[in-house]
Design a protein. Structure first.
Ligand code: SAH
Length: 347
């Protein structure tokens, strides 16, 4: 486990940490303003602090646990993937996407992933470890700085990078609270979307949180045999149990659940598959997001043909289920859904 860094601390925890070192509370507020408003990237840049305190903090409380190592962007510059090195040498990837009306960062929540969906690159090497809150907040701050550099503001944070966020519940929630805290980053609850492979107990736990974020659930199939083949976690939480949790989520939060369906040619994209999903979702306040599957190395599968995606969408829409097709970004730089992984060379 990495040592705590500045970005692991909530505003209250930072105040307590500084108090323990004999510093007044207003120092914590000065630091928060510099880090989350001015978006400085080192203690050296916090000019409101005396030099002595900057040195003391740099020695006792590292600023960030993530060092950007490398980044690639699409030809239009609108999508950029960054590789970070963590304190223990592990690596993660984060994707920033610029749209006319929003500026989104897709963050990783674990190094690797234990769910091991066969169609996703992130689970290839198995689970390595959970990220700390600071490692998640760092990815978001880095994106906020990238936005500021082009005169934009970060508007959305999606927990859809490497890892299963509900399997790292405490750190993910701690990071969300820091990103949401008006004394820290101050992003509204509506800015956040968390995507899960279907951790039913985690969904119920999330429903009870005071901080209510958007929930996305990876569905991919409406029958248990096919879904278990695509998402091994389905053996633990089969569709009945998962959808019960989703119904409870809607009852408790009054918020619509998004279901993600990656469409793979000849695998889960025919009319029968679409009809099975439609039957499962009947009566649930939801929205479906179809994701034409993005290729990953060493897998001979193909994304669904455009006509199959269209027919799938029509089956769901005809059943009264609002459905959209995700504009997958950055596939050419392996920054699309399911393409993120730590670089094997750095393992
Ligand atoms: N672990 C979380 C977040 C994963 S990424 C989850 O499973 O929900 C977000 C979405 O991308 C998920 O729905 C995931 O199933 C999907 N996905 C994974 N690999 C993909 C690929 N190669 N092409 C398209 N979508 C993919």
């Amino acid at each position: 486990m990495a040592d705590a860094t500045l970005l692991d601390l909530s505003p209250d925890a930072l105040e307590a940490r500084l108090a323990a070192l004999g510093h007044p509370a207003y120092r914590a507020r000065q630091i928060a303003v510099a880090v989350f408003r001015q978006l400085v990237s080192s203690y050296d840049e916090i000019t409101t602090l005396p030099a002595e305190l900057r040195h003391e903090l740099a020695a006792r409380l590292p600023f960030t646990p993530c060092e950007p190592m490398d980044s690639v962007q699409t030809a239009d510059g609108a999508t950029r993937k960054t590789l970070y090195r963590l304190q223990d040498g592990e690596t993660i990837e984060t994707v920033v996407m610029e749209y006319p009306d929003r500026f989104t960062v897709c963050v990783s929540s674990q190094v690797g992933c234990a769910v091991a969906c066969p169609f996703c690159a992130s689970g290839r090497g198995g689970w390595v470890r959970d990220l700390t809150p600071g490692e998640i907040v760092s990815q978001v701050l880095h994106a906020a700085r990238a936005a500021a550099a082009v005169g934009r503001r970060l508007t959305n944070v999606v927990y859809m990078g490497m890892g299963e966020p509900l399997a790292n519940y405490e750190s993910v929630l701690a990071s969300l609270r820091i990103e949401n805290d008006p004394r820290a980053l101050g992003l509204g609850a509506r800015s956040f979307t968390l995507s899960t492979a279907g951790d039913a107990p985690g969904i119920l736990r999330l429903a009870a949180e005071p901080l209510q974020v958007n929930l996305a659930v990876s569905l991919h199939a409406g029958d248990d045999a096919l879904r278990s083949a695509l998402i091994p976690l389905n053996r633990r939480y089969p569709l009945d149990e998962l959808l019960r949790a989703c119904h409870s989520y809607v009852e408790i939060t009054h918020r619509r659940v998004t279901f993600e369906i990656a469409l793979i040619d000849g695998m889960n994209d025919d009319r029968r598959c679409a009809a099975a999903v439609a039957a499962r979702l009947r009566g649930l306040l939801c929205h479906v997001n179809l994701i034409p599957w993005n290729p990953i190395p060493q897998l001979e599968w193909r994304r669904s043909r455009a006509a199959a995606v269209e027919a799938y969408e029509k089956t769901l829409s005809d059943a009264g289920i609002p459905t959209t097709v995700r504009d997958s970004r950055g596939v050419e730089i392996e920054a699309g859904c399911g393409q993120l992984r730590a670089r094997p060379a750095t393992r």
